[in-house]
Design a protein. Structure first.
Length: 108
């Protein structure tokens, strides 16, 4: 792949929830996903690269992930273990809450 990623990424709109340690769970919209990680919007923007968290993707999880980068309120995480292929396809086909229209807008 030209962008150096191990697995393809897909735009997606799924409600998620993350927790760091024994902290408060925070609801987040998941914006993009691959079998090895995802990108989500965190309105609190307090996560730092290297932080470990658990993430629920809709009803699936918790999935252990490591924060790899943050830019303003967008967070990129890598899953500790890649998602099992059929689970990933279930998320994409059954849990995705919106498809982009011609403008690229995706309701959350």
């Amino acid at each position: 792949m030209s962008d150096g990623r191990r697995t393809p990424r897909f735009d997606i709109s799924v409600q998620g929830r993350y927790r760091t340690g024994s902290g408060v769970a925070r609801d987040v919209p998941i914006l993009e996903m691959s079998e090895t990680g995802c990108r989500f919007y965190d309105r609190f923007g307090r996560l730092a690269p290297g932080a470990e968290l658990t993430l629920k993707i809709g009803p699936i999880g918790p999935v252990v992930a490591i924060v790899r980068w943050c830019k303003e309120q967008i967070v990129g995480v890598e899953f500790e273990y890649p998602l099992y292929g059929p689970v990933f396809e279930h998320i994409r086909s059954q849990l995705d809450q919106g498809k982009p229209d011609d403008s690229g807008y995706r309701p959350l």
